[in-house]
Design a protein around this ligand. Structure first.
Ligand SMILES: C[S@@+](CC[C@H](N)C(=O)[O-])C[C@H]1O[C@@H](n2cnc3c(N)ncnc32)[C@H](O)[C@@H]1O
Length: 218
C-alpha cells in the first residue's frame, strides 16, 4: 500500500486499471486538443500528480506549441518530476507546475477560464455527493463556455460511482462527449463540455475539499 501520493504513482507501473485509465485520459486530451480552434489552448490540471496525462499527450501532439497550462499539485516530489518532464519536452515557457493547493481558487488566477480542465483522480477523493456538487458548481470559475472537462471515478464494492458523477454532470447542464469504462470494468473516464457561463470571480475561495488518502485511493 502506498504511504504517500508519490508512492501511489508507482501503481501506474503495475495496475492495469490505472494504465487503462491513463490511456483513455490521454485519448480525451488529444481529442480536446484536436477539437480546439486555431490559436492558444489554455489548460488547467487540478491535483495534477506528476502531469503524465497531459505531458505524455503533448510529447506527441501537433498542437503542443499552442498549449499554455497550469498544473496544480501539493506533493513537491511529483511537482519536481513534472517540471523535469516539461523541461525535457522544451515546454517550460508555456507550462507551469505550481506546488500548491488545488482546492484554492487563488491558485488558478491568471490561468482560467481554461479550454481544457483536467480533474482526474479527484472525484473519488471527495467526502460525499455534496462535495461533488460543490466542485462541479465551481467548475464555472475554471472553465470557458464550451470547455472540455475530463474526469475519472473508480468503482468499489460493486458500486458504479461513475454513474453518479455522470448524473450530476447532466444536472449541471454539461454535455457528455464520451464516457468509457476501463477494460477492468471498475474505473469510469468521462469527457464533458461546459455549456454554462464563466464566472470571473469564484463563488467561494475553496473550490472543494480533497479528503482522500493514498492507501485507499479510489
Ligand atoms: C489520485 S492522485 C491523481 C493524480 C493525477 N491527477 C493522476 O490522475 O494521475 C491525487 C493527487 O492529488 C494530490 N493532492 C491531494 N490534495 C491536494 C491539494 N489540496 N492540492 C493539490 N494536490 C492535491 C495528491 O498529492 C495526488 O498527487
Amino acid at each position: 500500500m502506498p504511504k504517500d501520493w508519490f508512492e501511489w504513482h508507482d501503481l501506474y507501473n503495475t495496475d492495469a486499471k490505472l494504465q487503462q485509465r491513463l490511456e483513455i485520459v490521454r485519448e480525451y486530451i488529444a481529442y480536446s486538443l484536436d477539437a480546439s480552434p486555431a490559436g492558444t489552448i489554455q489548460v488547467v490540471s487540478v491535483c495534477a500528480g506528476d502531469g503524465r496525462d497531459l505531458l505524455g499527450t503533448l510529447a506527441n501532439h501537433p498542437r503542443a506549441q499552442d498549449v499554455y497550462a497550469r498544473l496544480v499539485e501539493l506533493n513537491p516530489q511529483l511537482v519536481e518530476r513534472g517540471r523535469a518532464t516539461i523541461e525535457s519536452l522544451g515546454l517550460s515557457k508555456q507550462i507551469e507546475f505550481i506546488n500548491g493547493d488545488a482546492t484554492s481558487a487563488a491558485n488558478y488566477i491568471g490561468a482560467v477560464p481554461a479550454d481544457i480542465v483536467i480533474v482526474c483522480g479527484v472525484l473519488g477523493n471527495l467526502a460525499d455527493e455534496n462535495e461533488l456538487n460543490r466542485l462541479l458548481g465551481n467548475l464555472s470559475f475554471l472553465s470557458k463556455k464550451g470547455a472540455f472537462v475530463l474526469w475519472t471515478r473508480g468503482h468499489s464494492q460493486g458500486i458504479a460511482y461513475s454513474e453518479t458523477v455522470r448524473k450530476y454532470f447532466r444536472e449541471f447542464g454539461f454535455e457528455e462527449i464520451n464516457f468509457q469504462l476501463t477494460a477492468t470494468g471498475d474505473m469510469g473516464v468521462g469527457i464533458h463540455r461546459y455549456l454554462g457561463e464563466t464566472l470571473s470571480v469564484p463563488k467561494e475561495q475553496q473550490l472543494f475539499v480533497f479528503s482522500g488518502v493514498p492507501n485507499k485511493a479510489r
